[in-house]
Ligand binder design. Structure first.
Ligand code: EPZ
Length: 429
């Protein structure tokens, strides 16, 4: 069986400027929200990544008409007449669960295959269900499908989330915009992607206030009053953070353009604490390091805390720092698999439950490694760029899910990486 891998030659410096793509974790939900517009919405700055392709397939399956022109997607949802998201698509991408809220808003019912877990955790959806039940939705699970119905329509409610779940906040937002009356979402997620979604919903005629804070207020409006809109996706703060780590790792200077620096406030604080110089403008951030990397302690937390999606990248930085760092993963229950791959390259890491003790070493050695999730995969390629010798990164489909032209962008900054196809024995994992 053939498999694409990325071959990386080491001891390179990443320097220069790279344009950041639109945010994967926003664009996926903006496409789903277009269901509520009941007509042709246009979304700009959509990244060219496989997850967007899968979400487009899900929406096409529901009856939407999607045309892509570069980074712009025109999605006409006039003819959406189905409310079932099929297993074979949802199982490809668990973010498909984001159609649940808009389908309930549009039809008052939805059948969505239960999303599976993944390498980083169980990825439960109990908070989605509990919150939507408060809005009048009843759920049944049959044959692996979530069958949702709002028999008496959706009504506003005060919902307190146990945890500021991004997905639960988004589904609640997309259902509550057409619920009868007022909805308050307390302990809501505060990620910039939530603000982006609320801005698009408001452009469609919804009445959402407080997005970006822990308390979001929604005044329901009739579905008939919602209309299509044109919207531009915010820049991807996690892609930007990944490239900034590449600059910090190899010295830079490296500039990312097309992202709001305020989205990366905590990551910038940590880069500076590790000995980097970081400057920022309206839509760009520049990182440079001349001295040695200093150790750092990191706690991943919901925004504005340190983002879990940059944890692997900063573990790589810590692996080459002069001293010992402690990285605590508080968001997902199993997001340290990257550490075992990095140890194959010579890193010295001890995992104690959700703490990683990272003792810095003075160099890493290229080795064959395997991506466990898209952020770990991206970090492994960066590890190969800074290591001695050659690194082969496998399972790069994970990277393709969330990084547009990752190899091309890295090579434009001075990397020597290439995608290649190799034959794998069928029984190889
Ligand atoms: C979104 O996932 C992102 N994915 C993730 O990015 C990101 O890591 C995460 O938010 C946190 O920022 C997309 O937006 C597509 P959560 P989501 O609901 O919405 C538990 C990447 O690399 N939980 O905030 O699934 C859950 O298991 C990906 O781009 C429940 O227990 O995140 C997790 O441990 C990875 N019950 C924690 O909460 C629920 O009902 C955070 O989940 C919902 C969540």
């Amino acid at each position: 069986m053939a498999e694409d891998i990325i071959r990386v030659r080491g001891n390179k410096t990443l320097a220069g400027e790279v344009k950041i793509s639109g945010a994967k974790n926003s664009a996926l939900k903006l496409l789903a929200a277009a269901i509520l517009g009941q007509g042709p919405s246009v979304i700009h700055n959509v990244p060219l990544i496989s997850d967007i392709k899968v979400m487009s397939e899900v929406l096409d399956c529901l009856g939407a008409h999607i045309e892509r022109d570069g980074h712009t997607i025109r999605i006409d949802t006039s003819d959406v007449d189905k409310y079932e998201a099929p297993y074979e698509l949802v199982s490809k991408m668990r973010a498909s669960i984001s159609v649940l809220g808009p389908l309930l808003g549009r039809f008052g019912r939805a059948h969505v295959a239960m999303p599976g877990g993944c390498q980083i955790g169980a990825r439960k959806i109990d908070m989605h269900l509990k919150g939507l039940e408060a809005l009048g939705v009843e759920f049944k699970v049959a044959h692996g499908y979530l069958q949702a119905v709002a028999a008496d329509g959706l009504h506003g409610a005060e919902v307190m989330l146990d945890f500021p779940s991004v997905g639960a906040t988004e589904n609640l937002l997309m259902a509550s915009v057409v619920a009868e009356g007022e909805t308050i979402i307390e302990n809501a997620a505060r990620e910039p992607e939530i603000v982006d979604l609320a801005n698009m919903l408001n452009a469609m005629g919804a009445q959402v206030t407080g997005a970006g804070t822990s308390s979001i207020r929604v005044e329901g409006v009739p579905l008939s009053s919602l209309h299509p809109c044109e919207h531009t996706t915010v820049g991807d703060r996690i892609e930007a953070g990944t490239f900034l780590v590449g600059g910090a790792l190899t010295g830079g200077p490296l500039t990312v353009r097309g992202v709001n620096p305020s989205y990366l406030h905590m990551a910038i604080i940590k880069l500076r604490a590790m000995g980097c110089t970081v400057e920022a403008g309206d839509d760009w951030i520049r990182v440079e390091r001349t001295g040695s990397l200093q150790p750092v302690d990191i706690q991943t937390l919901p925004h504005p805390g340190f983002p879990t999606d940059l944890q692997a990248q900063f573990m790589l930085l810590a692996a080459l720092a002069q001293g010992t760092s402690v990285i605590t993963e508080n968001v997902f229950e199993n997001r340290f698999m990257f550490a075992s791959e990095l140890m194959r390259m010579g890193a010295d890491i001890t995992i104690e439950e959700h703490h990683a003790l990272v003792r810095g070493v003075d160099h890493l050695e290229g080795a064959p490694v395997t991506s466990t999730d898209l952020r770990a995969g991206a970090a492994l390629v960066l590890a190969g760029i800074v290591a001695d010798g050659e690194t082969l990164v496998r399972r790069i489909r994970h990277i393709d899910r969330g990084y547009e032209n990752y190899v091309g962008k890295l090579n434009s900054l001075g990397a020597d990486a290439e995608r290649m196809r190799i034959d794998m024995d069928d029984d190889e994992e």
